[in-house]
Design a protein around this ligand. Structure first.
Ligand SMILES: [Zn+2]
Length: 111
């Protein structure tokens, strides 16, 4: 895992919604203003991406997002309803989470 601090990549993916960071395995791109919580959030995504062999993660994540847009007609709500975001947001404050997290824990967040 390689953490890269800077606004360039977060700005590139902030066309629809401003993001603090993005994880594209094995890289975590974070704004200089990122907090420990933001870093923990992206580290959770690294683990999720590994579990789905990276490519499958992106396919399912995008599908989940599209389903959310159809369902809610709102990009923010759609984003917050993505299975992998629900796990990351609910556990990002717990700095010990990744030490005890079981494999495929995101399954609990499938709606
Ligand atoms: Zn996220």
């Amino acid at each position: 895992m390689i953490i890269i601090i800077g606004n360039l990549v977060p700005d590139l993916v902030s066309i629809f919604m401003r993001v603090k960071g993005i994880t594209i395995f094995p890289f975590i791109f974070l704004r200089p203003t990122a907090t420990e919580i933001n870093i923990n959030h992206e580290k959770i995504h690294i683990r999720q991406q590994l579990e789905l062999l990276v490519v499958l993660f992106y396919v399912l994540y995008f599908l989940d997002y599209v389903i959310g847009i159809i369902k809610y007609r709102n990009t923010r709500l759609a984003y917050k309803s993505i299975t992998w975001e629900k796990e990351a947001y609910s556990k990002q404050d717990n700095m010990e989470y990744l030490k005890t997290r079981k494999w495929y824990s995101f399954l609990k967040y499938i709606k």
